[in-house]
Design a protein around this ligand. Sequence first.
Ligand code: NMX
Ligand code: MLT
Length: 436
Amino acid sequence: PLTLKERLAELIPSQIDQVVKQIRADHGKKSFGPVLVDQLYGGMRGLPALIWDGSVLDAEEGIRFRGKSIPECQALLPKAPGGSEPLPEGLFWLLLTGEVPTQEQVRALSRDWAARAAIPEFVEEILDRCPPTLHPMSQFSLAVTALNHDSAFARAYQEGISKKEYWQPTFDDAMDLIAKLPNIAGRIYRNVFGDGKVPAIDLEKDYSHNLAALLGFGDNEAFVELLRLYITIHSDHEGGNVSAHTGKLVGSALSDPFLSFGASLNGLAGPLHGLANQEVLIWLRKMQSKIGENASDDAVKEYVWSTLKAGQVVPGYGHAVLRKTDPRYTAQREFALKHLPNDPLFKLVGQVYDIVPGILLEAGKAKNPWPNVDAHSGVLLTHYGLTEMQFYTVLFGVSRAFGVAAQLIWDRALGAPLERPKSYSSDAIQRMFKDK
Ligand code: NMX
Ligand code: MLT
């Protein structure tokens, strides 16, 4: 069977000629609608501004990866022997090609990534020298940026590679990037929270199994299954979210995938984006210490109100696009109902789910009162003993590499130009609309 790179090489010419050129010829001068001044001040909500092929987000229904919902991916993508969650290797193949791979193709990808997993000694040293007080996300971003040392794209560019060939070293870098993340994440985890000793990658195991083993949970098959689901659902969320858009933007300057994804991670590390998974656990723990475990609904309500009254957000709730419960939340809730229905923290997460939307609606500000992906992930990790919440966003970052890497490859294949939108000063806007 074809490798992923061979299959891509087949798909790229028709995507350029029959899809992109055709769309631009047929519809290139058509408008998507007006741009409102409010959108310039309002974080560009709803502004159609980017091409992103891996996934599209619907406000009501949630994410679809190449047209497939999360339950469809769970049903269709190859699984590990004896497993029931999709292998993220298959999801990456789907994101890149729009096709569901065979078991054999996924197996080859697991082997390829395991073979590429080692990180340079100097990157290990950078991580070993970080103080344990440096946030794991900052360490993660440092290490990913440093991988640029061996970038195939950066080297090929210096050697004068033709534009038509850009996608090939980008593909190689993207594969290296994804493959090396477990070793980086494992080293950070072990340095900050353990004895600093990182076990070796097993060349015969799948990506999630190796990641779990590097974190010290390789013997727990339920945790490995959780990681397979976790990586799959966190991989991509169309192109406008902060981490995805940042990676695409930086990549548009022909910065290599390591530099581009390092930038993505710095965005993911913000509390309104990926860091919210850490914030949710901190918030739940604070709630427990204040009102006790098994608290009444009234006590939980009061705690939620006190968060709002203190001028803070309820972490894990609300979304810039979604207007219903995030299907990634639902997928995790179903996993919990299957594997840990009686976990006390899971019960608290369920109690919060019953209470917070009503309060956010009553408070009347948030456009979406429903939970997002981050409201649920921490409780699952905690259940299996991964209790260090400062590490949670690193796992989100490992997953998000899949979506960003896939789009970087396509951007270079399609010759995506430098991103450079127009900005205006408030003064210019006032002058523009004077007397209108
Ligand atoms: N708790 C309290 N207030 C909220 C919340 C919330 N969960 N969500 C929105 N609001 C407020 C928001 O701060 C804003 O207030 P103000 O007018 O004073 O600036 C107002 O409601 C309108 O905001 P929206 O238009 O509903 O939300 P926006 O699109 O600006 O922001 C989020 C989206 C996700 C940043 C926002 O809902 C939020 O801060 N949620 C909590 C943090 C979180 O869970 N982030 C993770 C998102 C998913 N991810 O992984 O990235
Ligand atoms: C994401 O997964 O990137 C978040 O849900 C944020 C977003 O889509 O804006």
